[in-house]
Design a protein around this ligand. Structure first.
Ligand code: FSO
Ligand code: SF4
Length: 561
């Protein structure tokens, strides 16, 4: 396979233009191109899926497969070419089964064979599932394959696809916990079909972007229901950052069911369980807190993992993104599961019906490993999801009325490697003491270990949870709007200073735009996939703005600008 690729789906895209030979994330050209081909074939499933629905043909497993496959292509989730070859092969066979059923139903209903033309993505079948054949095709189907495509159309199409990827991740997490919403799966295919439709104008695609935000909100609500319904509502919780004597397993990513099963399987084994990065908020759930061996959080956000996984010393489980190229020193202790994957790392297989995943190999390995090396010795507070905030609504409202809280600043999103992300630490430190920070996602690690004090007994940084728990922040804003009898959420004393990295942050952004939230600051850079005209539309309609200097932004935020 050649070394040419094109990917600009995340904030770390090379020179904020795009990665063209190898991803800054470590993704090879080979994997990037296979991901392009997989998305191309998902459009083929959408071709038949959308037509099938009109005829009453629904393949529910294939609908979910589309979400899982989209999830596998998000930044830093899966680097394994073999996994993508397998997904491509599944996509083709599922697509062909759907095609057969749709055409048969058509003939049954119309009394004549299907005669409509069929797009290449809905029909192309490789002669073999190997890198040579798939690689050659993949070069014809990527983001830049059609050089003549209008740049605004390309930009809006990709914005929709990246939003769908984030939505797919959230939807899949909800499905794993038994919360289902087929409309979300149908919508993903409607949009995959829409982005292949040549006559959709800029205006039509812009409307689809906002519809994607609306459905993103629905996906986040579904996941919130799944998480809180299964594990209880998060409670205010002090999480230790230190280590205990005894071996441990470190869990990263977002999948709470994986954590749940691991906690059950490690019970009474003498092996402690620690969280890393986005798994930190799990400590706030009643179902997990009850385990005495759920020991604490180890380290910081995802991109510190090369040092932290090394010093942890024991097995590490990556349940989703964000994976960084592992060092030799720990690659044989690094395990992936679900949609995550890395060549050379052992993968824990999916659950068999009615059974848990089998984590015994990690537990056995942990017992042979040294105890984790301590990194720091303090505690941080999490658990300010919607229920907790509502329980403390009185204190919050009193503090606003008395002037103790002048402004809320939503600083959710992702962390990343760029030095310019120091901006978010500096903003948190520079905001005056009457500003309360609401956060969710791994962006919080830029300031959640600072001593920023309290307001009216509440910490100045209220951590709602993982990036998907931005849903809680939205519910908090809506509750404040109700309490202060404000019609338009933009009239609340809330500002948005969002850090983004990958496609889950893209769907969160689209959700905020769908809710009509204006004056969002987005950093550390605007997405490379937004064309200048698309940026202008977002600026004109939503006052979206790139982050500027810390002082400029803090001054403007406190002035409500
Ligand atoms: Fe972070 Fe990675 Fe949660 Fe993302 S660990 S960057 S937006 O995967 O999903 O916040
Ligand atoms: Fe580059 Fe980001 Fe794409 Fe990785 S995901 S190849 S860093 S744009």
């Amino acid at each position: 396979m050649p070394d040419a690729m094109f990917c600009y789906q995340c904030q770390e895209a090379m020179k904020n233009l795009g990665c063209t030979t190898r991803g800054v994330c470590g993704k090879t050209a080979e994997v990037s191109n296979l991901q392009d081909l997989l998305v191309y074939l998902l459009k083929g499933i959408a071709f038949w899926g959308t037509r099938g629905r009109a005829l009453g043909v629904i393949h529910a497993e294939t609908d979910l497969f589309v979400a899982q496959a989209l999830f596998a292509t998000i930044t830093n989730a899966n680097f394994d070419p073999d996994r993508f070859i397998e997904l491509i092969s599944q996509a083709v066979s599922r697509r062909d089964a759907l095609q057969e059923a749709v055409q048969a139903r058509w003939e049954q209903q119309h009394g004549e064979p299907w005669a409509d033309s069929v797009a290449d993505w809905a029909a192309w079948t490789p002669e073999a599932y190997n890198l040579e054949v798939l690689g050659e095709k993949s070069l014809q189907v990527g983001v830049m394959a059609d050089e003549t495509l209008d740049e605004d159309i390309r930009s809006l199409r990709e914005l929709i696809i990246y939003g769908l990827k984030g939505m797919a991740a959230y939807t899949e997490h909800a499905y794993v916990l038994g919360e289902e919403d087929p409309e979300l799966l149908f919508f993903m295919q409607d949009m995959l079909e829409a982005v292949t439709t040549a006559d959709h104008s800029v205006d039509a695609l812009t409307a689809f972007v906002l519809k994607t935000g609306a459905m993103g909100l629905r996906a986040m609500a579904l996941l919130d229901q799944a998480n809180t319904g299964t594990f209880g509502h998060p409670e205010i919780t002090q999480v230790s950052l230190g280590v205990r004597p005894g071996p441990g397993i470190l869990v990263s990513g977002h999948d709470l069911l994986d954590l749940d099963e691991l906690l059950q399987q490690t019970q009474g084994t003498g092996v402690n369980v620690y969280t890393h990065s986005e798994m930190l908020p799990a400590h706030a759930y009643p179902a997990f807190k009850k385990h005495p061996h759920f020991a604490g959080n180890y380290g910081g956000s995802w991109w510190h993992q090369r040092e932290e996984f090394e010093s942890f010393g024991g097995p590490i489980l990556m349940t989703t993104n964000c994976i960084v190229k592992p060092k030799e020193s720990y690659i044989d202790r690094l395990f992936t599961t679900g949609q995550a994957g890395y060549p050379g790392c052992a993968h824990i297989p999916d659950r068999k019906p009615g059974e848990q995943k089998d984590f015994s190999v990690l537990i056995a390995l942990a017992k042979t490993c040294p105890d984790p090396t301590p990194l720091e010795d303090k505690a941080i507070t999490t658990g300010f999801a919607r229920q907790t905030v509502l329980e403390h609504a009185g204190a919050v409202i009193d503090a606003v009325n008395s002037g103790e809280i002048k402004r809320f600043v939503v600083m959710g999103g992702c962390d990343g490697r760029s030095k310019t992300r120091q901006y978010f630490t500096d903003v948190a430190e520079t905001l005056p003491e009457d500003a309360m920070i609401l956060t969710a996602g791994c962006a919080k690690y830029r300031y959640n270990k600072l001593e920023l004090g309290e307001i009216n007994g509440l910490p100045r940084v209220l951590d709602a949870g993982q990036c998907n728990d931005s849903y809680s922040l939205i519910r908090t804003a809506q509750a404040l709007a109700e309490a202060f009898k404000v019609q338009d959420v933009n009239d609340l004393p809330i500002s948005y200073d969002i850090a983004w990295y990958e496609q889950k942050a893209v769907i969160v952004l689209l959700v905020l735009l769908h809710l009509g939230i204006r004056k969002i600051r987005l950093g550390p850079t605007l997405p490379a996939f937004l064309s200048p005209n698309v940026v202008s539309v977002l600026v004109r309609n939503f006052d979206l703005q790139p982050t500027a200097s810390v002082l400029e932004d803090v001054t403007a935020i406190m002035a409500g600008e």
